[in-house]
Each structure stands twice: as structure tokens, then as C-alpha cells.
Design a binder for this molecule. Structure first.
Ligand code: PLP
Length: 412
């Protein structure tokens, strides 16, 4: 089986279902019973693996993790409450006071807030850098650097960094390479094949099947020697290759309370089965909208790395099978033009999420980046005439018709 969807549909349950259910049941139970006092004691000694309490593990969530592990070829996978939980737990597990990480400078806004406000309060420093220029990374590494972190496609700039080149730098220094792959889901991106040690993502976006629920994934590709990180050393001595997910599951998932629920895992399981179909449809829509925008004189600029006109096209082909997600941006003359356009839309919705089944539009300059001074916005490439479009699965003709009437192409 080569095809992503065929494989996703045929991943066996970790345990045979007593009723031969074809769909993994939703085990919405807090606790699980043992046959004897001896068994429960053995379980607590770590000698009898079984589910005990759903804040530690749950059968439905385990099946979602198994599916992701099988589909990606990862070593181990942990599913958590949200994308932010995936990123924060990962950072807390690998850093302590006095440590630092090197991060791409253009990130999801709440990740910036996590690094600048929350992690800094624990004495962990973030050194921001333009990772599209890998030569800038090495001079920032010192003996307390624990990881390099960036997003596979930045939002809304839509920049792409050269992952294998950055993996070489991380390996040379024995530090971890972590990428946030939210924009490029596992049907188009395999982080292991490019040397990424740990992949984190928000499954709230593509994998949930269309904005159904919050979730996050932490994927350990099994490529990193955990004894090289002083904060994982103890777990490495006890758990070897399993050190990272073992530490995450105990010290963060369990102790800080980050479990994905069984109901959410059910959405994610269904979402994975239809992921490839949805991503392909969104991508085809992006290409056709891109072509439309390129030939429309009212549109002054179009960015989508799946278009040959993009400076990141070659990297998108190399790293994401040419399908760099379905977020695109396009520019009109001014903010006023953007607002007028957005207010006329009938099918495309004004909202801030990504990878819903519905197409969503936002004007980043006046919303997500409104708090930033003009000079900062310029540095981050946030233009007042730019709109971000998360392209959904509607019919292409309907989307183009909506855009055309909102641009006023057919009006005098
Ligand atoms: C949405 C998003 C997150 C955060 O995910 P949540 O599930 O909303 O917590 C992290 N990174 C990227 C790139 C995102 O788009």
C-alpha cells in the first residue's frame, strides 16, 4: 500500500474490537478496571501495559497516535489538547532555566507570545533569526542551545526554509531540530525523510477534518540521541530511544494535564482518513485562484509557493511534493480596497482560522498584527493591502465568481 488514504483506512486497531466494529469506538471513560490487585500493582510498576486513567492514555487517542505513527514512519507520537500544548510541552521537556532555543523570526502569533512571554518567565531565551538564510543560524548557537525551531511555511509571509540544510547544522552541534508543520500536513510532508528530529503541529487545522475540534501532535522521528540533551538524560538512561515521549507523557501530558479527549481523537481519526482528498481539492483551488489573481489587473501581488512564480516553488516541490498547504495571500491597492472587497464576499467567510472546509479570509495588517508598530509590520512583510486567504473545498467556479463580484469586475 503506497497511497496515504488507503494506508490510513487500513491501520489495524491496537486491540481487536469485541464486536468487530469497523470504526474505532469512542472510549469516553476516565478510568479502566483491572482483574486483580496483583495486575493493577504490576501496571503501576510498569510491567503490565494497559490503560488506567485517560489523563495518561486512552484507547481512542492511542489509535489516533498509532495511525499517525504508521502513516509518517515516526518512532513515537503523542496527541495533546492543542497545537499550543504540543509546542509548549516540547519546549518545557527540552529546556530549563539558562537554556536557549533558536527560532525562525516569522511564527504563528501565539507561538511568539509563548516564547517571548511564557518561556522567558522560566528563564529560557529565544534567539530569533531568518531561517530562510541558514548561514545566520550557526553564529547564534552556544553550549546552552537546545534546539532550532521554525515553521515549514510561515504565515502569512509564506516563506520556506531549506529543512535538510538546517538539519545538517543541528546534527553538527548535537542539538534538536523541531519544525511546526501545521500548514503542510502529513499527506504532503514527511519530516523524517528530511532529517527533522521532532515535528509538532496543530491538528485543529487540516487534520481535524475542517475546524471540528482542538488538537496537537508531537512526533518523535527517532533520529535524535536523547542523551545529548541534559534535560532528557535521566529518561534516556531509563527509556533509551523512547526517552522523549516517555518524559512528555509523564512530566507534561499527565502532570500538567494535556490529554486529547476520546471524542476529539474520533474527529482526528476521521479527519486523517479524508485528509489527502481535502488537501488535494484545496491545492487545486489554490492553483486556479492563483492563476486568476495573476491575470487580474486589480490584484497587485499574489503569493502561493505552489505557483511557479513563487521564489519558494523549488523548495515547495522538494519538501512538500509541490503542495505547500492551502494558505495564499494577495494584494489590492490599499486597505480601503481590501475592506470593500471583503465586505462584498458572499461565499468566502471573514474569519481567522486556517484549513477549515470553508474558505476564510482576513486582513492581517488591521487584525492579527494591529498591535505592532508600522516599522515592525514592514519588517515582518505585513502590507496594508494584503489579504490572507485560507482556501477551502468549495467548487472553484463558485469561489472565482464570488471573488469576481467582490472585486467589482463586472460592475461599471
Ligand atoms: C494554529 C497554529 C498553532 C496553534 O494551534 P492551536 O491548535 O490553535 O493551539 C500553532 N502553529 C501554527 C503554525 C498554527 O497555524
Amino acid at each position: 500500500m503506497k497511497n496515504f488514504t488507503t494506508r490510513s483506512l487500513n491501520i489495524p486497531f491496537p486491540k481487536k474490537d469485541p464486536h468487530n466494529a469497523l470504526t474505532m469506538p469512542i472510549y469516553e471513560s476516565v478510568a479502566f478496571e483491572f482483574n486483580s490487585a496483583e495486575d493493577i500493582a504490576a501496571n503501576f510498576r510498569g510491567e503490565l501495559p494497559a490503560h488506567t486513567y485517560s489523563r495518561t492514555s486512552n484507547p481512542t487517542v492511542e489509535y489516533f497516535e498509532t495511525k499517525v505513527k504508521t502513516l509518517t514512519g515516526a518512532h513515537q507520537v503523542l496527541a495533546v489538547t492543542s497545537g499550543m500544548a504540543a509546542i509548549s510541552a516540547t519546549m518545557l521537556a527540552i529546556c530549563k532555566q539558562g537554556d536557549n532555543i533558536i527560532s525562525g523570526k516569522n511564527l504563528f502569533g501565539h507561538t511568539v507570545a509563548l516564547f517571548e512571554q511564557s518561556l522567558s518567565a522560566y528563564g529560557v531565551e529565544t534567539r530569533f533569526v531568518d531561517t530562510t538564510k541558514p548561514e545566520l543560524i550557526e553564529p547564534l548557537i552556544d553550549k546552552n542551545t537546545r534546539a532550532i525551531y521554525f515553521e515549514t511555511v510561515t504565515n502569512p509571509q509564506l516563506e520556506i526554509s531549506d529543512i535538510s540544510r538546517i538539519a545538517e547544522i543541528a546534527n553538527k552541534h548535537g542539538i534538536l531540530l523541531i519544525v511546526d508543520s501545521t500548514i503542510t500536513p502529513p499527506s504532503v510532508f514527511n519530516s523524517k525523510s528530511l532529517g527533522v528530529h521532532v515535528e509538532v503541529m496543530s491538528t485543529t487545522k487540516f487534520i481535524s477534518g475542517g475546524a471540528t475540534s482542538f488538537g496537537g501532535l508531537i512526533i518523535d522521528n527517532g533520529l535524535y540521541d536523547w542523551s545529548k540533551n541534559p534535560n532528557c538524560l535521566k529518561f534516556s538512561e531509563k527509556f533509551g530511544k523512547d526517552a522523549f515521549i516517555a518524559r512528555l507523557r509523564k512530566n507534561y501530558y499527565r502532570n500538567m494535564g494535556m490529554p486529547m479527549t476520546a471524542h476529539t481523537a474520533n474527529y482526528m481519526i476521521v479527519g486523517l482518513d479524508i485528509l489527502e482528498l481535502r488537501v488535494e481539492r484545496c491545492y487545486q483551488n489554490c492553483l486556479k485562484l492563483g492563476e486568476y489573481f495573476l491575470q487580474n489587473p486589480k490584484v497587485t501581488r499574489v503569493d502561493y509557493p505552489g505557483l511557479k512564480s513563487s521564489e519558494y516553488y523549488d523548495l515547495a516541490v522538494k519538501q512538500f511534493s509541490g503542495v505547500p498547504g492551502s494558505v495564499m495571500t494577495f494584494d489590492l491597492e490599499s486597505q480601503e480596497e481590501c475592506f470593500r472587497f471583503m465586505n462584498r464576499l458572499k461565499i468566502i467567510r471573514r474569519a481567522t482560522n486556517l484549513n477549515d472546509n470553508k474558505s476564510l479570509i482576513i486582513h492581517p495588517y488591521s487584525t492579527i498584527y494591529a498591535e505592532f508598530p508600522e516599522s515592525e509590520r514592514q519588517k515582518m512583510g505585513i502590507r496594508s493591502g494584503m489579504m490572507r486567504l485560507s482556501v477551502g473545498i468549495e467548487g472553484t467556479e463558485d469561489l472565482i465568481e464570488d471573488i469576481e463580484q467582490a472585486l467589482g469586475v463586472n460592475q461599471s
